[in-house]
Design a binder for this molecule. Structure first.
Ligand code: PEP
Ligand code: MN
Length: 341
């Protein structure tokens, strides 16, 4: 970290910063120019990040050179993390296709979805049992009964299942049914929940917050790894911009950037990113080309009657066509889509 003092900052102001640094156990290295003094700070990452020198008398700017994350970084672990789900994997060349309805609505709907997506080559089954809805009057999901249906449908077709943990109080029950615990965009910075999931033995699918930066997404993942859980899959699901034609704006540059910054697998959700069925195909192809390790796509047997997110859900027929189209593109990127059994 560098603390840049204002032009002609007083000796007292400089000394005050040095004293605070030494008190905190960090080393201060002064370089004094004719008008400016710059203080280089060396020490423990956690100590340095706890220091907030902005606003101190005589301080002009504080520049943090260290990244606020460590365990998720490629510096810490150069090789890709492969999240092993038994029947399938994500990362390190294993491409995941996570498909299923936005929300679990009934036994018939969930099983129809599961059979269809499995037949088309999906590697994981999704479905929301606890739904984060903007309106408290909208369908909130089937809860534990939904978890049971998702698990049963996944078991029947032989696919691992992923579903959202909406509240830290539900983490244990969701983990009883799900192979992967999803943290939704609205919970990306629910630090208590991230800490809790860090102590659990279940892979986590961490979705990027609606207005979270790449660094904030990685810092959120760091919370989970810091707790001991190394199995985190990141998900780019679009961010809020001024654009209203699409539900969100798919930030594909984040995928490429994340792939170089972190060893964690990165998947793309073109359903929530665009909100539009017609854009799922083009954005899926783009995600594959950008280097993503997977896709999460909403599929519903009858999207017009879906209780949630019908307009951004593919029919099983369209999903099947898309899978045929994506297959060779995924191979071209040197990846495989596989599920055993
Ligand atoms: C979802 O995947 O069901 C979901 C609610 O997505 P997000 O958290 O990205 O809005
Ligand atoms: Mn949805």
């Amino acid at each position: 970290m560098l603390v840049i003092m204002k032009d002609h900052a007083s000796a007292g102001d400089v000394q005050h910063v040095v004293d605070l640094l030494e008190e905190a156990g960090a080393e201060a290295h002064l370089s004094r120019g004719e008008v400016k003094t710059i203080i280089g700070v060396i020490g423990d990452r956690e100590v340095i990040y706890s220091l907030e020198f902005e606003g101190l008398s005589g301080v002009e700017q504080v520049i943090r050179v260290l990244k606020p994350f460590k365990l998720v970084g490629r510096d810490f672990q150069p090789e890709d993390t492969v999240v092993d789900l038994g029947k399938t994997a994500v990362g390190g060349g294993a491409f995941a296709v996570i498909a299923g309805p936005c929300s679990i609505e009934s036994e018939a709907q969930m099983f129809a979805c599961a059979r269809a997506v499995k037949a088309s080559g999906a590697t994981m089954l999704r479905g929301g049992a606890f739904k984060p809805r903007s309106s408290p009057y909208a369908f909130q999901g089937m809860g534990v009964e939904g978890l049971r249906l998702l698990r049963a449908a996944g078991d029947e077709v032989g696919l691992p299942v992923v579903t959202e943990v909406l509240d830290v109080r539900d983490a244990v029950v969701v983990a009883e049914y799900a192979d992967v615990l999803q943290v939704g965009a609205r919970n990306m910075q629910n630090f208590m929940m991230l800490e809790e999931l860090g102590t659990m033995q279940r892979p986590v699918l961490l979705k990027r917050g609606l207005s979270a930066t790449i660094e904030e997404l990685l810092s959120a993942a760091e919370y989970i790894l810091k707790g001991g859980n190394r199995d985190v899959i990141l998900c780019e699901r679009g961010i809020r911009t001024f654009e209203t034609y699409t539900r969100n704006t798919l930030d594909l540059s984040a995928v490429a950037a994340l792939k170089s910054l972190t060893h964690l697998p990165v998947v793309v959700d073109p359903s929530h990113a665009t909100g539009r069925r017609d854009l799922i195909g083009p954005m899926s192809r783009a995600a594959v080309a950008a280097g993503s390790d997977g896709l999460m796509i909403e599929v519903h047997p009858d999207p017009e009657h879906a209780r949630c997110d019908g307009p951004q859900s593919l029919t099983p027929e369209d999903f099947d066509l898309l899978m045929d189209d994506l297959g060779p593109r995924i191979v071209l990127e040197g990846k495989t889509v596989e599920v055993s059994g």
